[in-house]
Design a protein around this ligand. Structure first.
Ligand code: HEC
Ligand code: HEC
Length: 280
């Protein structure tokens, strides 16, 4: 990796440190590991200088590349036009966009959607299948291990057993039923500039629907999740600009558009607990 890329990561990290304190603290506890006696961890991604110069360092750098340039570095496992960093913004360093910081402290973890405990590698593969419309990497794959190593490195300063308050996406709630018709107007006014009128993106932004976007079994295909992501992060670099209802309306519009199916969907939530806004 070149120095420029890493200093960019570092800059972004520092920036997020400042911005994080201004944004509302609405994250809901989502981990079963986080008991009431836990103490709050501080959002503390390590500085790139702490990447070791050995083989583990190589793995960490490769993991970073896979997250940022998934299309290039994990092409065989991707079936759409997205990269991990399109949703896990700034390579997983943005505390408002399902950050990777601290995650190696919470896995393995029981997940309702699959009905059993999953490792961090399993969870990464869920995103390959559902968000990249691709396929799972083999458990012994060095690329999969590289992403795990990158997330482990990002988590190294988060104490085991602490509460990771930034985990996930800050949740918002609508004051009324979301309206895709109003959402289309929000889309035209606030999103088309980068994502294009047909939602297919272009040079500056990724596709939001159609065969090149996330599948119906992605978390992002739930209106509540997309709305929360959009509220905190879109338009890109100008998060928190939309009202909660506008974020819900535009999320309802995007998620009413066609997108890839997911063949394993019938096996989801085998023990119940399916959220009401899952579109299948
Ligand atoms: C289309 C958007 C999208 C893409 C692309 C995507 N993800 Fe995700 N990912 C999500 C969402 C949404 C969640 C759930 C966040 C939450 O729990 O609120 C998630 C969750 C995760 C988690 C678990 C987070 C936690 O808090 O436990 C990991 C790890 C992860 N993704 C890794 C990846 C990796 C690695 C890639 C690329 C191979 C990737 N994701 C691509 C949207 C995406
Ligand atoms: C200034 C350009 C810009 C505008 C305006 C913008 N976005 Fe984005 N959007 C992006 C970029 C760039 C990414 C990918 C982020 C990255 O890789 O860092 C993205 C990612 C996304 C994603 C996750 C990835 C995907 O393709 O599904 C969603 C959902 C999204 N935008 C929705 C919206 C919505 C809804 C609006 C309007 C409220 C909007 N965006 C406005 C640039 C923009």
């Amino acid at each position: 990796m070149d120095r420029l890329t890493w200093s960019l990561v570092l800059t972004v990290t520092l920036l997020n440190g400042c911005m994080g304190s201004q944004s509302p603290s609405l994250h809901e506890a989502s981990s079963t590991n986080q008991g009431s006696s836990a103490f709050d961890a501080i959002f503390s991604p390590p500085s790139p200088e702490t990447i070791p110069g050995d083989q583990r360092g190589e793995q960490i750098r490769l993991g970073y590349q896979i997250v940022v340039r998934t299309q290039e570095y994990a092409k065989a496992y991707v079936g759409n036009a997205l990269n991990c960093t399109n949703c896990h913004l700034d390579a997983g360093l943005d505390p408002n966009a399902a950050s990777f910081v601290g995650l190696s402290r919470v896995y393995p973890e029981y997940r309702d959607r699959v009905g059993h405990a999953v490792s961090l590698a399993d969870r990464i593969n869920e995103c390959f299948e559902r968000n990249l419309n691709g396929k799972a990497l083999p458990p012994d794959s060095s690329k999969l291990q590289a992403v795990v190593s990158y997330i482990e490195w990002l988590s190294q300063d988060v104490p085991t057993g602490s509460r990771i308050e930034w985990r996930g996406i800050p949740k918002i709630h609508p004051s009324r039923q979301p309206d895709p018709g109003s959402g289309k107007k929000v889309f035209t006014a606030r999103c088309v500039f980068c994502h294009a009128a047909d939602g297919q993106g272009g040079l500056i932004a990724p596709p939001l629907w159609g065969p090149r976007s996330y599948t119906i079994a992605s978390g992002m295909a739930r209106v509540s999740v997309a709305a929360s992501f959009i509220k905190a992060n879109m338009p890109r670099t100008r998060g928190w600009a939309l009202s909660d209802d506008d974020a819900y309306d535009v999320a309802a519009y995007i998620n009413s558009q066609p997108r890839p199916d997911f063949s394993g969907k019938a096996k989801d939530w085998p023990r119940g607990g399916k959220p009401p806004d899952v579109p299948y």
